[in-house]
Ligand binder design. Structure first.
Ligand code: ARG
Length: 458
């Protein structure tokens, strides 16, 4: 049979393959609440503008509310023949209230309908993301406070570089995730416009009040151009870009956790609730959650590239290609939500192995820069010369298999006679981190100041 919604010019229905490629109901049913909300706002506006009778409006609103309960109770029969969530709901409304259902679509098209539904969904998802990131930032602030004095090696090229504090390292992630959060807020601010009333693409001749529906749906204002309103998916692209950047941060953190939790590093121990065992090796405790966070990042990036590619060749205005926008966003949202939550749990629960971090902090001549800086300060050497002298000292220590601080003063003085006993004071990891009190530096005093400033800001 021909379609009930637009079958007028059709003699017969779609082939099975057409139905299969065309139907989006299996995934866009996720938009049911937004679709009903949008339709109620539309019906109320039509009534206020005298386009719909009060009786019809009441029947429509009541019918839509019944449908919402049916969907939430699991008793709604979704049909692929009806393509998508919009037509499934409208068709059920006709069953429930009869011909008045057919008046709901006055001054509206599925093009502005889906655009408004999807915007509402993405906006709510951005708000969920913001809340998730706030919890993650909070978890890091708590660990930073606890470990403002905990020394660990800082790395470049994954080679021990200079001692830092674990609190400082945590605060680096606070910066990153707080930026992600502000990107989320930027997305919301930019996408906070209602496309409803753009109709198919050209607007409508009915005296609609787009400001009224925009306000009813919680948008700041209506979109300004009807063609753009139904063509544009920037809000979805921005969501996916923001999600990809955030996932990239999560993935780098995940990689660090994977490395830190190896017995070879032993910097952290994941709680039982965020690790798994092996079915053959009884000793194993694997960081699966961190590995999956790392993998989800690939998936989220894929969603961004998929949607960019879907949109890149589309002429204005609506093309059915755009139906493929939803799965990318839904998939990324599920992945990102899980990744943020898993990471928050891991960070809050993991045991920080303070002694292992401290031992590693001093290994690999990490205070060599402190020796060079001392020579600049106390012996007035140019930094390049101090660097060379220190290099010779490191080579000597390396030869003897000892730390810089274990080299006898006499040996150091052979390398440069300006060196005195006082140099040993700067060769400890504690002295090293305490000295780096420049703005944004790793000194515990500075890290505490950064923490307090963030607490103030949040
Ligand atoms: N299911 C469609 C989508 O997700 C709804 C819009 C259909 N519009 C149309 N002109 N065929 O994009």
């Amino acid at each position: 049979a021909a379609n009930r919604m637009w079958g007028g010019r059709f003699a017969k229905g779609p082939s099975a393959v057409m139905e299969e490629i065309n139907a989006s109901i299996d995934f866009d049913r996720k938009l049911y609440a937004e679709d009903i909300r949008g339709s109620i706002a539309h019906a109320e506006m039509l009534e206020k503008q005298g386009i719909l009778t009060t009786r019809d409006r009441d029947a429509i609103v009541e019918g839509l509310e019944t449908i919402r309960s049916e969907i939430e109770a699991g008793s709604f029969a979704f049909s692929r023949r009806l393509e998508d969530i919009h037509m499934n709901i409208e068709s059920r409304l006709a069953d429930l209230i009869g011909p008045a259902a057919g008046r709901l679509h006055t001054a509206r098209s599925r093009n502005d309908q889906v655009a408004v539904d999807f915007r509402l969904w993405v906006k709510a998802e951005l708000e969920r993301t913001e809340a998730g990131l706030a919890a993650l930032v909070e978890a890091f602030l708590a660990r930073a406070e606890e470990h403002a004095d905990t020394v660990m090696p800082g790395f470049t090229h994954l080679q021990a570089a200079q001692p830092v504090t674990f609190g400082h390292h945590c605060m680096a992630y606070v910066e990153m995730f707080a930026r992600d959060r502000s990107r989320v807020r930027d997305c919301i601010a930019r996408m906070d416009e209602s496309p409803l009333g753009a109709a198919a693409l050209a607007g409508t001749g009915f005296p609609v009040d787009r400001h009224m529906t925009a306000t009813a749906l919680g948008f700041r204002e209506p979109t300004r151009n009807s063609i753009d309103s139904v063509s544009d998916r920037d809000f979805a692209l921005e969501y996916l870009s923001t999600a990809s950047i955030c996932a990239t941060h999560l993935s780098r953190l995940a990689e660090e956790i994977v490395i830190w939790s190896t017995p070879q590093f032993g910097f952290v121990r994941l709680s039982d609730s965020f690790s798994t065992g092996s079915s053959i090796m009884p000793q194993k405790k694997n960081p699966d959650a961190a590995e999956l966070v790392r993998a989800k990042t690939g998936r989220i990036n894929g969603c961004l590239v998929a949607l960019l590619t879907i949109l890149k060749g589309l002429p204005l205005a609506y093309s059915k290609d755009m139906q493929e926008d939803k799965e990318q966003v839904f998939d990324a949202a599920e992945s990102l939500g899980l990744a943020v939550a898993a990471m928050t749990g891991m960070v809050a629960d993991m045991r920080v192995e303070v002694d292992a971090m401290r031992r590693a902090a001093g290994a690999g001549y990490t205070t060599a820069t402190d020796l060079a800086d001392w020579l600049v300060r106390e012996a007035n050497l140019p930094f390049r010369e101090a660097h060379h002298v220190t290099g010779v000292a490191v080579a000597l220590a390396d030869d003897r298999g000892c730390d810089l601080a274990d080299l006898p003063l006499a040996e150091l003085r052979k390398i440069n006679p300006a060196i005195t006993q006082a140099v040993y004071d700067v060769l400890t990891v504690d002295a090293s981190v305490a000295s780096r009190s420049s703005y944004g530096g790793t000194a515990p005093s500075e890290v505490r100041r950064q923490i307090a400033a963030w607490r103030e800001r949040l």
